[in-house]
Write a protein that binds this ligand. Structure first.
Ligand SMILES: C[S@@+](CC[C@H](N)C(=O)[O-])C[C@H]1O[C@@H](n2cnc3c(N)ncnc32)[C@H](O)[C@@H]1O
Length: 267
């Protein structure tokens, strides 16, 4: 397990926990190597004050939820659901277009985060494709791994797309170094932006828990060794990261806040 985001966390349950919630809290505390406390009827404010910790992972009846200083962090599919609906309606998705993603393809998502992109990729690649997501923050990997395996959407297609994502708590540099040449069609990176948009970002609650490092050029070379078709990097439009990484093929909507750098590897 990596150290990222592991400090500053305590685990408890909601009020009046069921035996299953107690067990889930014990498991979470063990996996995340975090202290576990009996909730009794203690307020979260008092826990935060008494233990001088910022993040409180609460096992609720609906699953794990983290109270962070920047808001509540839990697994949800809201943006993924919208994007999948748009795709089903024949609309454009910038990421899918940048990847030239089709049914049956394999994708390595090196920066899984909330797994929204991984979910969309899994929907498009379908049952014959494969999506592997890497997440170096143990806390984020725990939360998102739980969500991908347990949440149920009214659309069975979305639920199944989530179940198919293989999520690993791993650092992409370490993972890539172990992989053979040309073993995924697409290798994808969506690092934490150098200049985050705090106003509208769904990522705000997970910002303190995330791995904020930028992509090392050596990692990008490894990604090019492993990808069969293309390496795709998402960044804020106008980001200097593309220049730093030597990526010149950049696509994105004229009015979009995001852009995708593409390195073609020629199938
Ligand atoms: C901007 S978020 C990705 C959002 C994601 N594309 C989505 O659709 O929800 C970036 C994520 O990459 C993770 N990350 C950053 N560096 C990493 C690394 N070296 N290995 C694995 N994950 C990493 C961060 O912890 C964070 O959760």
């Amino acid at each position: 397990m990596t150290e990222i985001g592991c400090m500053n966390l305590i685990v408890t349950t909601a009020f009046d926990p069921s035996p299953q919630m107690e067990i889930a809290a014990q498991d979470a505390a063990q996996i995340l190597e975090a202290p576990l406390i009996q909730r009794k009827r203690i307020s979260l404010a008092k826990i935060r004050h008494d233990y001088a910790l910022h993040n409180i992972l609460v096992i609720t009846r609906d699953g794990p939820l983290i109270h962070t200083p920047n808001g509540e962090f839990f697994f949800h599919v809201s943006m993924g659901e919208l994007r999948i609906k748009n795709l089903a309606d024949g609309k454009h998705d910038h990421m899918v277009a940048a990847m030239q993603l089709r049914s049956g393809m394999s994708v390595l998502d090196c920066t899984a985060g909330l797994a929204t992109d991984a979910l969309v990729a899994s929907y498009v690649t379908g049952e014959t494709g494969a999506v592997t997501g890497l997440e170096s923050s143990p806390i984020i990997a725990f939360m998102i791994g739980w969500g991908l395996q347990n949440f149920c959407h009214p659309s069975e297609q979305i639920t199944q797309a989530a179940r198919r994502v293989r999520l690993k708590n791993a650092d992409y540099a370490e993972f890539l170094a172990t992989m053979p040449n040309r073993c995924f069609d697409i290798v994808y990176f969506d690092p934490m932006f150098r200049h985050p948009n705090y106003r509208s970002s769904q990522l705000n609650p997970m910002r303190d828990l995330a791995d904020n490092r930028s992509i090392d050029p050596q990692v990008l070379r490894e990604a090019c060794r492993i990808a069969r078709q293309r390496v795709v990097v998402k960044e804020g439009s106008g980001s200097k990261e593309f220049q730093r990484l030597g990526i010149t093929d950049i696509i994105g909507g004229k009015y979009s806040r995001i852009a995708f750098g593409v390195i073609e590897l020629g199938g």
